[in-house]
Design a protein around this ligand. Structure first.
Ligand code: MSP
Length: 523
């Protein structure tokens, strides 16, 4: 689909509280994937944003003596916008559900659903979780224990439940069971990974109930266009951000250029909303469904799902403050299999930082720059003939590029990094074996010395391009150290398909030592 935009989204996050690393996780992974696709030369659009309506935000604002709008505005300014800077995210757009474009687009979509007969009025009586902002079926209602004694709690996530009886509009979700099963069957990649896919399929096979889609007992939400007594149920409204942000109801041309989305990245807790309710709504409105919903796992701290309420919540700036944004991004991409739960710890971040980043990659870059500095006055020499040892480096880069590209295509950044790290290891091994510091002392070996250092510099050039989506700051610094810009241009303009082409750094390129990419950290 050459003219189609590669359009990736994160969930829009509730602004009831400040972000923790769980939120940062989804956003960083999407950023890595989209930066890679940009370096493939694709037309990319990366959207993130905030979910600002609903009871959860309303109550939090009330507890703090503010209107929900004031509360949201403040949290956006002091927490959610700065987060993107902290973790170095290059999103193309940021949508807030309190923006006019979302209001207009959501109303247009609802009117469409109504006009097409997908909506009816009824009475809802049942359980609601404000924590998860979801209706919970009787089968999933448990008696609370401990501090929840005397309350009902949700079997889905342990959140406290409230009983509600109110007039609601319903969406005819039950009519889409077969169409959804056909969708999963015909597009095995629609919901990934396999664990999420299986869970969603068996959920839909058990049968679908119509979904209450409006609320009539509070007003912090978007008014239902044909009935001012109702506001849209926050989830049904929030899902619409994926279309309202790109112009649904406000800019049809832009919308058609970008829709359908390529990948909705979500945590597995909200896979059902994205893989069941959302495609059914789109079908009901006569719109194409997204290509893929990818559900990742939990970050576990001390073996438990990390969350603010459990007090094991870690803020992104705590980690970035110590290790920097590059190491933060690298760690989450490398240490956790995207799609599975993953345990994280300070010890592990610390150990990987020193072993893989400082000693493995950073040290390689500074050694090569300093040898070219001392043996060739910082001017890249011309290489002589390549021997088997150099050919092995070339071959490793070629296969790493192909494997990393395939891994990103498969939404497996950890595999992409493993493939790229073969180049780091190969180059370190190559230098140990070739020992340029010894060759430098041998008579008549100038050309051999040049070949070794040019090979290492070319390897670093490849690494700068391949690692740029993950560690843009360190790679910019490496690009500068390699003096690559005058001959090759901007780092972000380097194409993945061109990385393995040998000999791109011209003879005479000025190589300089820059400050250590990953200085040692005492904690
Ligand atoms: N507002 C809804 C999403 C609407 S999308 C149309 C919501 N928001 S949320 O603030 O609760 O963020 C949920 C997302 O944050 C999860 O889906 C996941 O992407 C991320 N994570 C929150 N806690 C997490 C972990 N402990 N581990 C990994 N990701 C987590 O749900």
């Amino acid at each position: 689909m050459p003219d189609q935009t590669f359009y990736v989204t994160t969930p829009i996050y509730y602004v009831n509280d400040a972000p923790h690393i769980g939120h940062g996780y989804t956003t960083v992974m999407g950023d890595i994937i989209t930066r890679w696709h940009r370096q493939r030369g694709e037309d990319v659009w990366y959207l993130t944003g905030t979910d600002e309506h609903g009871l959860k935000v309303l109550r939090k604002a009330e507890q703090n003596g503010m209107t929900p709008q004031e509360w949201a505005d403040r949290l956006i300014e002091t927490e959610w916008m700065p987060l993107l800077e902290t973790i170095d995210v290059a999103n193309d757009d940021f949508i807030r559900t309190t923006e006019e474009r979302h209001l207009v687009g959501s109303k247009a979509f609802w009117q469409d659903l109504y006009d097409r007969g997908a909506v009816y009025k009824g009475e809802f009586s049942g359980w609601y979780s404000v924590g998860a902002e979801e209706f919970v079926g009787d089968d999933d209602v448990l008696d609370g224990e401990g501090e929840d004694e005397g309350f009902k709690v949700s079997a889905l996530d342990g959140s406290r439940l409230e009983h509600v009886t109110e007039e609601n509009y319903f969406f005819k979700l039950s009519e889409y069971q077969q169409a959804l099963l056909d969708l999963y069957e015909q597009n095995p990649d629609f919901i990934q990974p396999a664990s999420a896919r299986n869970e969603v399929i068996s959920f839909v096979q058990r049968g679908l109930k119509d979904l209450s889609m409006s609320r009539s007992t509070f007003d912090w939400g978007i008014q239902v266009p044909w009935d001012e007594k109702h506001v849209m149920y926050v989830w049904i409204e929030a899902l619409l951000n994926y279309v309202t942000a790109i112009g649904y109801g406000t800019d049809q041309d832009a919308f058609e250029k970008r829709w359908p989305a390529s990948i909705h990245l979500v945590g597995k807790d909200i896979a059902r909303f994205h893989a069941v309710i959302w495609p059914a709504m789109l079908m009901a409105a006569g719109q194409p469904v997204p290509h893929q919903v990818f559900a990742h796992g939990w970050l576990l701290v001390g073996g438990q799902k990390m969350s603010k309420s459990k007090a094991n919540g870690i803020r992104p700036d705590e980690i970035v403050g110590t290790f920097g944004s590059d190491a933060y991004r690298y760690y989450f991409a490398r240490a956790i299999t995207f799609g599975s739960d993953g345990s994280i710890s300070w010890e592990d971040i610390h150990a990987r930082y020193h072993a893989e980043l400082a000693n493995g990659f950073g040290n390689l870059a500074s050694r090569v720059a300093s040898m070219i500095g001392s043996y060739f006055d910082g001017s890249l020499p011309a290489a002589g003939e390549l021997t088997d040892a150099e050919q092995r480096v070339v071959g490793t880069i070629e296969s790493a590029v192909a494997d990393a590209d395939a891994a990103i295509e498969a939404v497996a950044p950890q595999d992409a990094l493993a493939a790229i790290w073969r180049v780091v290891d190969e180059l370190n091994g190559y230098l140990t074996e070739q020992a340029p510091w010894k060759v430098a002392k041998e008579e008549g070996q100038r050309e051999r010395l040049a070949t070794i250092l040019v090979t290492a510099a070319e390897g670093l050039r490849a690494l700068a391009v391949l690692l740029n989506p993950v560690m843009p700051k360190a790679c910019a610094s490496l690009w500068e150290s390699l003096g690559a810009e005058p001959a090759l241009g901007n780092l972000a303009d380097q194409r993945i398909a061109d990385v393995a082409r040998w000999g791109q750094l011209p003879e005479g390129t000025t190589i300089t030592k820059v400050p250590s990419l990953f200085p040692r950290i005492e904690t």
